[in-house]
Design a protein around this ligand. Structure first.
Ligand code: GLU
Length: 338
C-alpha cells in the first residue's frame, strides 16, 4: 500500500467569504471568487497530512447564506462522513461564522469533527490569514482529541466551541472570542492542545419544516412599538428580543411582548455582547421578572442571534415545547420558578 493510502481522508467544503475573496476589477472591492479547489491548491503542505479533496458548495459573502443552504451543507457533510471522511472542514465568511457554527452544531450527529474557519484578510491582501487558518482547521479536524466536540471554529490559532464563539471585532485579525469561558483549545506548533474536556452534547433532529420565520428585534432607547405590534400578524412564529442589560425592555415593549407571547414563543436575550440575562433581580415593568410573568423566556448566556437559530430549529422540528429546557441547557438560563 502506498503511503498516501495510509493517510486519513478529509474534505473541505467552501462556502465563500473573505478567505476566498480577491479584487476582480480594480476599484470595486473584493468579492468571493476562489474555488475550494483553488484554496486547497494554494496550500501544498496539506497534502502531507491527509488525502484531501475540496468542493465549492457556495461562493457567497456569509451574510447571504440561508438556513436552507446550511441544511444542504449539513447533508453534504453527513454524506462525506458516511463515505469515510475522518474530518470535515468548512470555509466561509466570518460575518455569520458564529451563527452557522451554532446551527450546524445543534444538528451534527457525528463524533467526527466538523471544523469551520475563515479569514479576516482577503486572499490577495498582504499577510492574508486564510491559508494559516485553513491549515490549522485541517490539523484540528484530523486530531483524535477533536472527536465528540461537535462543530468547532478554528481561527487565529484558537479553537472555539460553536456555543460560545462570537465575532467581537469587525476588522481586527483577532476578531473572535469566547467570552467568560475562553477558547476550547489552542494551536501550538501545529498541534491542537485542548484546555477543556468535551461538553456533553445533545443534538436536535433535522428540521422538517422550512417555511417558518423567527424575528429578532433589538431594544433601543425611546423605540416605538410599531414594528413590534406587527410581528405576530406578519406570520412570524417566534420572536427574539435583544434586550437592554440583563434582559430588559421599556414598559411599552413589555406590554406588547405580553400580548405577543400569548400567540408565539418570545425569548429575551441581552444585547450587551457578553454576560447573562437575569431571572429574579429586577422588579420594574419591562424587567426580567415582569417579562417572565408576561410569558417570555430568558436566554441566559445564549446571544440573541443564537437564540434565533435555536428557536428556528426547534420550531422546524415541532419541538417548541423544549424551548425552556434547551435555554437552560445551552444558555445556562434560569427562570423565575427554577
Ligand atoms: N469579514 C467577512 C469575512 O471575513 C466579510 C464577508 C463574509 O462574511 O462573507 O469573510
Amino acid at each position: 500500500m502506498s503511503t498516501a493510502n495510509c493517510l486519513p481522508q478529509l474534505v473541505i467544503g467552501s462556502l465563500g467569504g473573505t478567505v476566498c475573496m480577491q479584487v476582480e476589477s480594480a476599484g470595486e472591492g473584493v468579492t468571493p471568487s476562489l474555488s475550494g479547489e483553488a484554496l486547497l491548491a494554494s496550500l501544498p503542505q496539506l497534502q502531507g497530512l491527509a488525502r484531501i479533496s475540496a468542493e465549492t458548495l457556495q461562493l457567497l459573502p456569509s451574510a447571504s447564506l440561508t438556513f436552507i443552504q446550511l441544511l444542504e451543507v449539513l447533508q453534504w457533510a453527513d454524506t462525506q462522513v458516511t463515505q469515510g471522511a475522518h474530518g470535515v472542514v468548512l470555509t466561509q465568511g466570518t460575518d455569520t461564522l458564529e451563527e452557522v457554527a451554532y446551527f450546524l452544531d445543534l444538528l451534527w450527529p457525528h463524533d467526527v469533527p466538523l471544523v469551520l474557519t475563515g479569514a479576516m484578510r482577503s486572499a490577495d491582501q498582504a499577510g492574508a490569514d486564510g491559508p494559516a487558518n485553513l491549515l490549522a482547521a485541517v490539523q484540528v479536524a484530523l486530531a483524535a482529541e477533536s472527536h465528540g466536540r461537535g462543530a468547532l471554529v478554528v481561527i487565529n490559532d484558537q479553537v472555539h466551541a460553536a456555543l460560545n464563539v462570537r465575532k467581537a471585532d469587525s476588522l481586527a485579525l483577532e476578531a473572535f472570542t469566547s467570552s467568560h469561558l475562553g477558547p476550547e483549545g489552542l494551536l501550538i506548533e501545529g498541534r491542537v492542545c485542548y484546555l477543556k474536556a468535551p461538553r456533553l452534547r445533545c443534538t436536535l433532529p433535522v428540521p422538517q419544516r422550512l417555511d417558518h420565520r423567527v424575528a429578532l428585534l433589538e431594544a433601543s432607547l425611546s423605540a416605538d412599538t410599531v414594528l413590534l405590534e406587527e410581528v405576530a400578524g406578519l406570520g412570524y412564529e417566534g420572536l427574539v428580543i435583544a434586550g437592554f442589560g440583563a434582559g430588559h425592555v421599556s414598559r411599552d415593549w413589555a406590554r406588547c411582548l405580553g400580548q405577543i407571547s400569548l400567540r408565539l414563543p418570545v425569548v429575551i436575550a441581552t444585547r450587551a455582547g457578553a454576560g447573562t440575562t437575569a431571572s429574579r433581580t429586577y422588579g420594574f415593568k419591562g424587567g426580567e421578572v415582569d417579562l417572565q410573568r408576561r410569558g417570555a423566556r430568558m436566554a441566559g448566556f445564549l446571544c440573541p442571534r443564537k437564540c434565533r437559530v435555536l428557536l428556528w430549529v426547534l420550531i422546524g422540528c415541532g419541538m417548541e415545547g423544549e424551548l425552556e429546557r434547551q435555554l437552560q441547557v445551552q444558555g445556562l438560563a434560569h427562570s423565575l420558578n427554577s
